[in-house]
Design a protein around this ligand. Structure first.
Ligand SMILES: CC(C)(COP(=O)(O)OP(=O)(O)OC[C@H]1O[C@@H](n2cnc3c(N)ncnc32)[C@H](O)[C@@H]1OP(=O)(O)O)[C@@H](O)C(=O)NCCC(=O)NCCS
Length: 138
């Protein structure tokens, strides 16, 4: 995944011209990127968080929440009423974070990029968005 989706060339292209999503949002401190994420609309009124990562040294300080809030504001502006995310069932960092932010498990689907014969599934989590509140939906 890293070798395919996170090369410098690919990220540079995604920053220059995001296609089919809202593009990268970064958290910057003293000129350094300490976190990054992004999402987009997958259907009318339905947003999704596609990526969300932090500098591993900077977890638990609220930076992930700030990035999620920024992604959520974009999706609210596009008219989103609900927001989805896929998380690997063994992701012990991502799952508690999303649950703390009001997401609930709503099923599974084959893990993106995995071969069907691998039989790998991701959890699908969802939270409803309130158009009158732009953040900390829980
Ligand atoms: C998931 C991730 C983005 C969270 O960002 P973060 O900045 O550490 O999270 P925050 O500090 O904003 O925490 C927000 C809430 O989640 C909870 N939380 C976050 N990580 C948690 C964990 N590992 N266990 C329990 N609760 C956790 C916090 O307690 C907090 O809740 P509260 O404010 O109600 O107390 C970050 O840990 C990360 O980059 N993980 C690796 C990549 C990843 O798993 N990405 C998501 C998959 S798409």
């Amino acid at each position: 995944m890293v070798a395919e989706y996170y090369t410098v060339e690919r990220i540079a292209r995604e920053i220059a011209a995001p296609e089919d999503w809202d593009g990268w949002i970064v958290a910057i401190e003293d000129g350094s990127v300490v976190g990054a994420g992004g999402g987009g609309m997958i259907e009318r009124r339905v947003g999704e968080v596609f990526v969300l990562y932090l500098d591993p040294e900077r977890r638990g300080e609220g930076i992930g929440t700030l990035l999620l809030d920024a992604i959520t504001r974009q999706q609210l502006a596009h008219g989103a009423r609900e927001q989805w995310v896929s998380v690997e069932p063994e992701n012990v960092k991502g799952l508690p974070f999303y649950k703390a932010r009001g997401f609930q498990a709503r099923g599974t689907r084959p893990t993106w990029g995995s071969a069907p014969e691998e039989g790998r599934s991701s959890l699908r989590l969802m939270r409803r968005l309130n158009q009158s509140r732009a953040q900390h939906q829980s």
